[in-house]
Design a protein. Structure first.
Length: 200
């Protein structure tokens, strides 16, 4: 993904979330950030349960993975099928990490924080990717939030960019096509009700 593509994706994410009512009411930065933290925790829970896109869908039959089943189910139908997504992709580690990215990229295009995109991407690819565990990756990301976020809503854009970089580098080091997962999740979200049936 190029910088311009990510900027456009941020705009697309925010417009979709606004359309489904997430920005109808004034939102605090604390609400937005805690929801990012929530997605991090859900990624850890999926990892604990062994729910991964590249692992078997059925533990009793390890011959075929969720990924193979999902692509097989959609090969004859180019239209997105939310039932197939919910069955094979939703709530996997990869899906939860896509949610982290979606929530992070919703913020730059929102009314909460105006972003200097040049500065934002000056931190892009700051770390080299390496194969690390989900608990270590999410713990490191959570520590980043804990260190910077509680003290001021006037946070520096460096924190937001570093948060994105944490996730992207983890995915790169673990051979996860995270942008594919983001795109699939956005297709699924487009089929969901107002505020995804939640309060906020």
């Amino acid at each position: 993904m190029t910088i311009e593509q990510i900027k456009e994706l941020s705009k697309e994410i925010h417009e979709g979330n606004a359309k489904r009512g997430f920005w109808d009411d004034e939102r605090s930065l604390s609400e937005v950030l805690i929801l990012i933290r929530t997605e991090m925790s859900e990624a850890v829970e999926s990892d604990r349960k062994g729910i991964r896109f590249n692992l078997p869908f059925n533990k009793e039959d390890e011959r075929i993975t969720r990924q193979e089943l999902y692509k097989y189910r959609t090969i004859d139908n180019e239209e997105f099928n939310p039932i197939h997504f919910k069955t094979y992709v939703k709530d996997t580690v990869e899906d939860e990490l896509a949610d982290v990215i979606i929530r992070i990229l919703d913020l730059p295009s929102s009314p909460v924080k105006e972003v200097d995109w040049v500065k934002f991407f000056s931190y892009y690819n700051y770390w080299d990717s390496k194969k690390i565990s989900i608990p270590f990756s999410i713990y490191s990301l959570a520590e980043w939030f804990n260190y910077y976020m509680p003290y001021s809503f006037d946070y520096d854009i460096e924190q937001l960019s570093h948060s994105l970089v944490f996730v992207l580098n983890y995915c790169k080091g673990n051979n996860i096509d995270i942008w594919w997962h983001v795109r699939e999740k956005l297709k699924y979200n487009a089929t969901r009700p107002y505020k995804h049936g939640k309060k906020y």
